[in-house]
Design a protein around this ligand. Structure first.
Ligand code: F6P
Length: 534
């Protein structure tokens, strides 16, 4: 019997079969150009407005039949019940026996589980952040966050995204890699008396973070730094280990907050220092508004639900193995990396919650670069390669840079790419053109073949009015709930990450061998490489 009897895995429900038949039949004929020609209201019908995020879903390879089956699938799997169980604090992270309550971190005071604990830490965190922002008194000019994975990617992404809102006299640095080439160039630019190190680690056991923290402390002392207790603070659930490191100021969180879902609490300290208390609270309220949308909006207009179901359609029925994210905002340059952890660490699983091997695919590869840079690198493959890769464009209407002549060009590029993916170009159309760089010795019909685009390639476009803390909070929460949705259909636990452990354990075994050169018992490849690297 399932450990979660009230939820059913997607492939064991009738709508799954209906989607399979549809994918093998009518869906093969689906053509976006024809769909738009046949239905002038397609854009209006397939666009959704969620808090701070407008989404055009109309350039996707689906129609009312597919959407109907997908909604039936969500219903049959009990996605809504599972969602309610998460918000209520049920231990839906079954393999670790934990609740999943990052949503509680952004619930207003008095609402949501653990409200008193959450707001106690939040008030203290924001008070501390404000004290650092008072640079005249604090003396701090550089804030260095040392953490990795969820203790790095969220704050790093958000501080970059909200650059226009960041304290003008503070600089932020993010060090994650145990490669000293990460920490060393940062340290070179620092004055110990004016630097605050945040040691961010949920467990306070992560090799990379502890090694970097030790190296930073040694540098600090060697540079004549005084008062480690004032210049090093900790963010962790493991207050004992932080104290053993010599940190007196700590901000805690709880085991019901997963690392990749943790930017809303104490792990968000760099964000809070960058934006100030009001900005951080705005980030939380944007996310909370998206939580409300996910909980209350009808399935047909529920954006995270629709996106998660679309992901299932693409992954399991059309066989698309990756999704490209293209934020047309340079501030969102770390969003793809953030989403990689959020989605691939959550949903990169091959057994269901009962430990049964899955007979279908789960997490796609999520990847991308900001537009327009990606256009000059891998978009060639998106347009003419042999794989169909759904692209997710993110456009922001109002820029904050104040420079003339740039923003319209950026937006025109964004629109043009989704249009080109959809429209394509036939060989006949290509034959009518005379490209100046085409070889004169090659027949024009052959050149036209090279210049043909199949089109009918799917994309989604998100539009934000502006990239402010509220909108970023809503956008990130949207992605969280979308990941939740596909996980619920797949019947997997999106909140553990056992897959990272084997490599960590083997690393611990290899570490002394790098010192001694002892290779006995190792496979020949690892032994040979180890010998070369010594
Ligand atoms: O290696 C994976 C992981 O456990 C992530 O899930 C987590 O975000 C990261 O390492 C960092 O962990 P910690 O915050 O405990 O240092």
């Amino acid at each position: 019997m399932s450990v979660n009897p009230s939820f059913t895995r997607g492939d064991r429900t009738p709508p799954w079969g209906a989607l399979e038949s549809h994918a093998r039949g009518a869906a093969r004929q689906f053509d976006l150009r024809q769909a738009f020609a046949a239905d002038p209201a397609r854009f209006d019908r397939l666009s959704l407005q969620a808090p701070a995020v407008f989404a055009d879903l109309s350039k996707n390879l689906w129609d009312d039949t597919v959407r109907g089956h997908l909604l039936d699938l969500a219903d049959a799997c009990g996605v809504a019940r599972r969602r309610d169980a998460m918000f209520a604090g049920m231990p839906i992270n079954a393999t670790e026996g934990r609740a999943v309550l990052h949503t509680a971190l952004r619930a207003p005071r008095g609402q949501g589980p653990y409200s008193q604990d959450v707001h106690e830490v939040l008030d203290r965190l924001l008070g501390y952040a404000e004290s650092i922002r008072d640079v005249g008194r604090s003396g701090i000019r550089d804030v260095v966050n040392i953490g990795i994975g969820g203790s790095d990617l969220g704050p790093q992404m958000a501080v970059a995204a909200l650059d226009a809102h960041v304290h003008p006299e503070l600089r932020f640095h993010f060090v994650s890699n145990v490669d000293g080439h990460d920490l060393a160039p940062v340290l070179r630019r620092l004055d110990p008396d004016r630097t605050l190190f945040i040691i961010a680690s949920k467990t306070f056991t992560t090799q990379e973070t502890l090694a970097n923290a030790e190296a930073a402390k040694a540098w600090f002392l060697a540079q004549g730094g005084r008062d480690v207790g004032r210049h090093f603070v900790g963010v962790t659930t493991n207050l004992t280990a932080a104290a053993a490191f010599g940190i007196h100021t700590t901000f805690g969180f709880w085991d019901w907050v997963g690392g990749r879902y943790s930017l809303w609490g104490a792990i968000g300290l760099p964000i809070a220092i960058a934006l100030g208390a009001d900005g951080f609270r705005a980030l939380l309220s944007g996310a909370h508004a998206m939580d409300g949308h996910f909980q209350q909006a009808a399935p047909e207009v529920n954006l995270p639900l629709q996106l998660g179901l679309l992901d299932v359609w693409y992954r399991n029925f059309l066989g698309f193995a990756s999704r490209s994210v293209a934020p047309y905002h340079q501030g969102l340059r770390r969003l793809p990396a953030y989403l990689q952890q959020l989605e691939m660490e959550s949903n990169g699983k091959s057994v269901d919650v009962d430990g049964q091997p899955l007979p279908f695919a789960t997490s796609p590869v999520v990847w991308g670069e900001p537009g327009t840079n990606g256009q000059h690198a891998y978009f060639q493959m998106l347009h003419q390669g042999t794989d169909v890769i759904p692209v997710e464009f993110i456009a922001v209407k109002e820029p904050t840079h104040g420079l003339p002549g740039l923003h319209r060009k950026l937006l025109a590029n964004c629109l043009a790419q989704s249009q080109a993916l959809m429209l394509g170009k036939t060989a006949q159309e290509a034959a009518l053109e005379s490209p100046p760089t085409a070889s004169a010795s090659m027949p024009p019909a052959v050149i036209a073949q090279h210049r043909t685009f199949s089109g009918n390639r799917p994309s989604t476009t998100f539009v934000l009015e502006r990239l402010d803390p509220y909108a970023l909070g809503a956008l990130v929460a949207l992605y969280e709930h979308r990941v939740f949705t596909s996980a619920a259909v797949w019947g997997i636990n999106a909140y553990d990450q056992w897959g990272v452990e084997l490599g960590k354990a083997l690393c611990n075994q290899l570490l002394p061998r790098l010192e001694t050169g002892e290779v006995s018992g190792l496979d020949a490849s690892t032994a040979g490489l180890l010998a070369r690297l010594r």
